[in-house]
Ligand binder design. Structure first.
Ligand SMILES: N[C@@H](CCC(=O)N[C@@H](CS)C(=O)NCC(=O)O)C(=O)O
Length: 202
């Protein structure tokens, strides 16, 4: 299998780290959806990162759908999704907050770095920044109730740490890491895990 996309994408990175944790071998092709647009189109004409090229050549996209497929391959081995209902509900809530945080951060990046300054829409940016702050607040509140740990790393832990890294690396001007001490500490702990070290944000 080939995983296509750059590790500066939180979506690509969450899939790559998960594959390492699950022990699923893959080849990583670090192609940009911008600079590598034409080459990316030959693999997936929709140009979405991540794209997973399966062993039969089929191209899957969307990190959550790719992880769902990988989970089916890994049946009976390590899964990053708890099955007990209360634990699964908590995991899904954290993943939802993390994915929303990534989505809003990506929107800020696209709006401020891709769109010419005279075409940027301040009310839209203000709305997205508010949503990003709410997602990070939600994660901080969840961690106050239930702290993640690398000794029991699940998809909530992977996705929240990956989002945190992306958000504070890409948007230091709007996210003060000390406003989120639990996320900051979790991010530091997770980044020391071998699966994270082997999958560097770049
Ligand atoms: N919901 C998707 C979001 C993926 C996404 O938007 N990836 C970005 C890169 S960070 C991308 O493909 N951007 C190019 C585009 O949307 O045209 C997922 O979870 O994989």
């Amino acid at each position: 299998m080939q995983l296509i996309g750059m590790l500066d994408s939180p979506y690509v990175r969450r899939v790559a780290i998960s594959m390492r944790l699950m022990g699923i071998p893959f080849e990583h092709r670090s192609l940009s959806v911008f600079g590598g647009f034409d080459e990316f189109r030959t693999l997936n004409p929709v140009v979405k990162a991540p794209t997973l090229i399966c062993d039969d050549g089929s191209a899957l996209m969307d990190s959550t759908l790719i992880l769902d497929y990988l989970d089916s391959l890994n049946a009976g081995r390590l899964s990053l999704m708890p099955t007990e209902p209360a634990a699964r509900q908590r995991t899904l809530r954290v993943i939802g907050l993390a994915l929303a945080g990534s989505e809003k951060a990506v929107q800020v990046v696209y709006e401020t770095r891709l769109r010419p300054a005279d075409k940027q829409h301040a009310p839209w940016l203000a709305r997205v920044r508010l949503q990003l702050g709410a997602a990070l607040d939600g994660l901080e509140a969840e961690f106050a109730r239930h702290a993640p740990s690398t000794s029991a790393l699940d998809q909530a832990g992977v996705s929240s740490a990956v989002t945190w890294r992306f958000v504070h690396e890409m948007l230091p001007e709007i996210v003060n890491i000390d406003d989120y001490p639990l996320l900051r500490d979790w991010g530091s702990e997770a980044e020391r895990h071998p699966a994270f070290i082997a999958t560097p944000f770049a």
